[in-house]
Ligand binder design. Structure first.
Ligand code: AHG
Ligand code: MN
Ligand code: MN
Ligand code: MN
Length: 346
């Protein structure tokens, strides 16, 4: 009698991507781009987890285009992400939180994908080893903005055209994902047909499929807002928050959970339900989070999981970016929770 095949069938990110390619969900070029983002995330995971050992904690001593004091790991993660994308040979343009302007990639020899990314999200937490992450979105080229770069007279044109190419609404995203660097390293991805999560097995450095077609709970009694800004908020928003704390005679108040890393707060919201919010306030008229490489990719993911991503009035994915680093208010999570909040702001 032959030994019964054991049920031990491992699905890695690589084998899963090849299956999506065979099923025609993505083409081989996009497969290569996504593989290169996962390679970047594995390297960043290792850098973040060993930061104290390799003296990579602390400030870089520079301020980025956002006006933020860069961490050493902001800069290193940006280099790792950019280099992995470049060496895929399929990228036309990259736009990063840590780059002033989009960068036309010369090494592209086949395919001109556009990748927007936040190489280290929640980086203020990294020296205390609190969860951080990387966020990315992938667009196909609006039109080929790669002109002959030798022709420097075209430089401003190339830069301008790169900005046009990158400033696409989230509705155009082909794929979006994030990697959370926490007690587990978890790579979450959507190709437009559901949300899948892969957990890194450090034994052999592969992401293993751990959740398929993730659906966010329709409702959830967890809210994640930085209430330190409460006094600066719109009165209608204050009323909404107050109501979460005093819901009335026969229902329990909500729990507050806020770690200050969008990726960590979002991942918990995706699995447990609830709402994450970063509203506009009197100091920051458009809130803090960046549309292109934080709000749009996360909103694509949450909608694919049956949730909602809104700026309080409209779908995040409908917003046409006009500036690479533009900020928008973000309310994201369980559909019922986001709709409840929108009613207060309407
Ligand atoms: P980043 O570290 O990429 O600049 O993003 C930080 C963002 C987001 O991750 C987090 O939710 C938010 O900033 C926290 O902001 P506050 O510290 O103002 O709450
Ligand atoms: Mn930052
Ligand atoms: Mn961020
Ligand atoms: Mn960042």
């Amino acid at each position: 009698k032959t030994k019964k095949q054991n049920g031990y069938k491992l699905q890695t990110l690589t084998s899963w991507l090849l299956m999506q390619e065979q099923d025609g969900v993505i083409d081989s070029e996009l497969t290569i781009v996504i593989s290169s983002t996962s390679m970047a995330c594995k390297q960043i995971a290792s850098l973040v987890q060993r930061a104290g050992i390799s003296k990579l904690t602390g400030g870089q001593g520079a301020v980025n285009v956002q006006g933020e004091d860069q961490k050493k790991l902001d800069v290193v993660s940006n280099e790792v992400f950019s280099n992995c994308l470049r060496s895929s040979g399929r990228i036309g343009i990259i736009a990063s939180e840590e780059e002033d302007v989009p960068v036309a990639v010369e090494e592209s020899y086949y395919g001109n994908y556009i990748v927007v990314f936040d190489p280290l999200d929640g980086s203020s937490n990294v020296d205390a080893a609190v969860s951080t992450g990387s966020i990315f979105g992938i667009y196909s080229p609006n039109d080929d903005c790669l002109v002959d770069l030798e022709d420097t007279t075209m430089l401003d044109n190339v830069e301008q055209r790169c900005i046009v190419n990158v400033c696409q609404p989230g509705n155009n995203l082909l794929a979006a994902g994030y990697c959370m660097y926490s007690s587990s390293v978890i790579f979450v991805l959507t190709l437009g047909k559901g949300v899948f999560s892969f957990t890194l097995d450090p034994m052999f450095g592969e992401f293993i499929l751990t959740q398929e077609n993730i659906q966010i709970p329709k409702a959830g009694k967890i809210y994640a807002f930085n209430e330190g800004n409460y006094q600066l908020w719109d009165d209608r928003l204050k009323k909404y928050i107050d109501r979460l704390k005093e819901p009335g005679p026969n229902c329990k108040p909500y729990s507050a959970r806020y770690i200050g890393s969008l990726v960590g707060d979002f991942h918990r919201t995706l699995l447990y339900g609830g709402i994450y919010g970063y509203p506009r306030d009197k100091k920051s008229r458009n809130g803090k989070l960046r549309l292109l490489y934080e709000c749009a990719p996360m909103s694509f993911i949450v909608e694919q999981a049956g949730g909602k991503g809104s700026d309080g009035q409209q779908r995040i994915l409908d917003i046409q970016p006009v500036e690479i680093h533009q900020r928008v208010p973000l309310f994201i999570g369980s559909t019922e929770e986001v709709e409840k909040l929108e009613k207060y702001l309407s």
